[in-house]
Design a protein. Structure first.
Length: 133
């Protein structure tokens, strides 16, 4: 899919829909640095797309830029505040950053939305182990 989106992007370099699709394809292919450049450009022109911020946060997370990942996922969360995946991703980044209170806050929010969300229990155990440190 990357090759097709690359061709489309070369033909229509200013087309935002093409930029987003190509950025997602690059992220899915593990080409995070390339995806970051494209999605950052996209987000300068279209600031209210939940998905672009979510994918950009994922890319930052994968290249260990956790503060930037947090910022993008917070933007995505502000545009789609009941999305469990975003809350889970925020919890993961707070775990990486060692921010116990924020990790617990995300876990509690997930519980309020969906008590059976399968990733909550491991996060709770991680949070509890961080408190013991």
């Amino acid at each position: 899919a990357c090759d097709e989106y690359k061709k489309a992007h070369e033909i229509l370099p200013r087309e935002l829909i093409t930029q987003l699709a190509y950025g997602k394809a690059l992220a899915n292919a593990g080409k995070y640095d390339e995806a970051i450049l494209l999605l950052e450009t996209y987000n300068r022109f279209k600031t209210n797309n939940y998905l672009s911020h979510a994918v950009l946060g994922f890319c930052y997370y994968k290249v260990s830029q956790f503060e930037k990942a947090e910022l993008e996922w917070k933007k995505a969360h502000s545009l789609n505040d009941d999305n469990l995946s975003i809350l889970f991703n925020l919890a993961k980044v707070y775990e990486k950053l060692g921010q116990r209170a924020k990790l617990k806050e995300m876990t509690d929010r997930m519980k309020r939305i969906e008590a059976s969300f399968r990733h909550i229990l491991p996060l709770e155990k991680k949070w509890e182990s961080m408190l013991d440190e």
